[in-house]
Design a binder for this molecule. Structure first.
Ligand SMILES: [Zn+2]
Length: 291
């Protein structure tokens, strides 16, 4: 154990990851784990949230985040801003200015949406995708994912070696955990349940539930086209778009809500219309006002 710690130490020194170590207090549980072995370690939701937040904070510093006045941010404010109070958790959100088609949500309730996704999804479809991602948080899939990532990085070894009450997560480890969050592979069952969450989210808030099927059709189509490389990440963590589109359609049919979805205009360039607290079902005219 000690030897391993020294090797790790040398590795970190070599890469020079010294400036930003996140102090995450796993306290007594880390010590308990040493006594009981890693399998006895319980990773609470609070632990998952703390580690996720540290990983997301790091990603935020490494990606170009759209500013508060950026049209993409304004659009996300308008579309999603009113839904940050999740079921027993609070969500925060930001836009990453990246061409990739992707979005993810983490155990601490951080939602990150890529401009590449916002470029191809209308408001309802965007909510369908975000609804799916926050479904993973609500269903605790995200907590399980970060726990797995943590174990994989063998942080327990480091924590045990230090024999202190603080587990120090290095910058490089956080980076790997961040990548693991983005690439999280969930089971088919978890995906189906997150899809159902999204469907119910749309339905509950008065949106056209058929946007879910449409969002998956777009992803399925893209994966076959020339722009496939832009959706690699999303497809690797979310395969079977065609099947999921079919499932979404069946759900809507069963509810008597099915109607082929027509994509609405996607506007990421103009400032959003004034945000109001009106019901989600309110249709808003698109303004052509230039910034
Ligand atoms: Zn998913």
């Amino acid at each position: 154990m000690k030897k391993k710690f020294i090797v790790l130490g040398v590795l970190f020194a070599t890469f020079g990851f010294t400036k930003m170590n996140a102090q995450i207090n796993f306290g007594d549980k880390a010590i308990g784990a040493v006594q009981k072995g890693i399998t006895g370690f319980t990773f609470s939701n609070a632990d998952a949230a703390a580690l996720s937040k540290a990983a997301v904070d790091k990603m935020d510093t490494e990606h170009e985040v759209a500013s508060a006045t950026d049209p993409y941010t304004l659009r996300l404010n308008r579309v999603f801003g009113k839904y940050t109070a999740g079921d027993g958790f609070t969500l925060n959100y930001k836009v990453y200015k990246l061409k990739e088609v992707n979005a993810f949500a983490t155990a601490d309730g951080s939602v990150r949406v890529y401009t590449g996704l916002m470029d191809i999804m209308d408001d309802n479809e965007l909510l369908a995708v975000i609804g799916h991602e926050i479904g993973h948080v609500a269903n605790h899939d995200s907590q399980d994912a970060i726990k797995a990532a943590y174990k994989k990085e063998a942080l327990m070894d480091a924590a045990a070696s230090q024999s202190t009450t603080i587990a120090t997560v290095t910058d490089s480890q956080l980076g790997k955990i961040g990548s693991a969050i983005i690439d999280s592979k969930f089971s088919r069952k978890q995906e189906a349940q997150a899809d159902l969450y999204s469907y119910n989210f749309l339905k509950k808030n008065g949106y056209d539930v058929n946007a879910e099927e449409s969002a998956f059709r777009i992803l399925a189509k893209m994966s076959e086209g020339t722009e496939a490389s832009f959706i690699d990440q999303m497809m690797s963590s979310h395969p079977d778009s065609k099947q999921r589109a079919e499932d979404a359609k069946k759900r809507a049919e069963k509810d008597g809500l099915y109607k082929p979805y027509v994509q609405q205009k996607i506007v990421n360039t103009a400032p959003a219309a004034k945000t109001t607290t009106k019901k989600a079902t309110t249709t808003k005219k698109t303004t052509t006002k230039k910034k």
